[in-house]
Write a protein that binds this ligand. Structure first.
Ligand code: KG4
Ligand code: ZN
Length: 393
């Protein structure tokens, strides 16, 4: 089964092609035919965060050229050819009002007449930014109608879960068995929009045990970075400065809170942490001490406050029942300090940690295609819509 994955939930335009094969007893095997990510981070950097309308326009401009590149570089076979002109004509009115950039690129895309040998199109339906999700969905619907291929709508967070099942050391095109997974398994999802602890009883069966009441972890990293004058996305910058602080043995004179570690539940709250950073920054500026050493120390303290909070909640969750492993996913799972702490915890509990390789810890379409392959619930194209707040269940 060959699946084309489409991801446009935030500021990455991503496309991927995977092939899976299923043997009755062994784990599913998968090969990554190709995966492309076009990041808009630099464009949004000027705004200090993602600017939804700009992101929408960029997805509209980039999807078609990215698909052309994906097909050219993957050498996929063509099944037959079709004429896109009547579909373009019937889509013209709605596309010109809602997605003019996408329409313009579709109009000039001669390569779309070649029907690729794919079985499904998996597209992110949520959660995410609704205007940007719609671009991917409208694109998927167009391709589905043109090539007569069914669509699988995918939950972005399920994508972050299954992304951890791919082996990290396999080159493009090589077959690999997916990592072994035993249920129930716990999952910690930490991204720019979400912070969730999820119980997974099988792929497709999820229960949210705890989540953030306000800011997501990645959002806290990004907002803190902004207060320190660091570029968006802030996570990698904070992490780098925190690492330097550790190497240089710089500690922070400011002690930040460890939010909600006293509460018994598995919920998080990170907005207080950002406010504490704001006060610390103001105080340092007034005292003329807002220098590199202060910033490095504060990044270290911030990273440690977040790590301790996440780790403690994971320990609490692991006591609830006999989980057979822990999956970590989402952009923040690229953070080495957090992952090292969680690795120690799973070792104490004698369970495996399944984590995505760093190049697919952030948003990508590989994880969307794989989620589509593992949980292939198709819907009629007209029923697929953007759900900005879509939950895992
Ligand atoms: O999963 P993702 O790519 O997008 C969403 O679905 O939100 O996550 C993006 C988030 C951003 O907030 C970014 O700052 C954060 O992941 N991030 C990191 C690191 N790399 C990316 N946070 C902390 N440390 C990192 N190394
Ligand atoms: Zn994400």
């Amino acid at each position: 089964m060959i699946i084309l994955g489409i991801e446009t939930s935030c500021d990455e335009t991503a496309l991927a092609l995977i092939e899976t094969r299923d043997h009755s007893h062994d784990p599913i095997e998968c090969r990554v035919i190709h995966s492309l990510i076009h990041s808009q981070a630099e464009l949004h950097s000027a705004y200090g965060g993602v600017y939804p309308n700009l992101a929408k326009r960029e997805h509209g401009k980039n999807l078609v050229p990215l698909l052309k590149k994906l097909f050219e570089e993957s050498g996929l076979h063509t099944k037959n050819t079709v004429d896109p002109s009547s579909l373009l004509l019937s889509s013209k009115e709605s596309m010109l009002t809602q997605n003019p950039d996408l329409y313009e690129t579709l109009k000039g895309a001669d390569f779309l007449k070649n029907v690729p040998s794919i079985d499904y199109i998996a597209v992110t339906e949520g959660p995410g930014l609704e205007p940007t999700l719609w671009v991917g969905i409208v694109f998927a619907r167009f391709l589905s109608a043109l090539w007569n291929v069914e669509i699988i709508p995918v939950n972005h967070m399920e994508g972050h879960i299954v992304g951890s099942l791919l082996q990290s050391d396999k080159p493009l095109g090589a077959w690999q068995p997916l990592k072994k997974i035993e249920f129930p398994i716990l999952s910690l999802l930490i991204s720019g929009g979400h912070t969730e602890i999820v119980e997974i009883d099988s792929i497709g069966s999820y229960k949210i045990l705890g989540q953030t009441k306000d800011d997501a972890v990645g959002e806290a990293f990004d907002k803190t970075a902004r207060l320190l004058g660091l570029p968006y996305p802030g996570g990698p910058h904070i992490s780098r400065l925190a690492e330097e602080a550790r190497e240089m043995e710089i500690t922070s004179e400011v002690k930040l809170p460890r939010p909600m570690i006293g509460s018994e539940n598995l919920d998080f709250s990170f907005s207080g942490l950002k406010t504490a950073v704001l006060y610390a920054v103001r105080k340092a500026q007034q005292a003329d001490r807002f220098d590199d050493t202060f910033k490095k120390g504060l990044c270290r303290e911030f990273e440690e406050a977040v790590t301790e909070t996440l780790n403690l909640k994971i320990k609490t969750a692991l006591q609830l029942k006999e989980f057979r492993g822990l999956i970590i996913g989402g952009g923040v799972s690229a953070n080495r300090h957090i992952v090292n702490a969680i690795e120690k915890t799973v070792t104490e509990y004698h369970i495996p940690l399944l984590k995505p390789s760093v190049h697919i810890s952030g948003d990508n379409a590989l994880m969307i295609a794989l989620a589509g392959a593992l949980n292939p619930k198709t819907k009629m194209p007209g029923d697929i819509r953007a759900h900005g707040n879509k939950r895992l269940f």
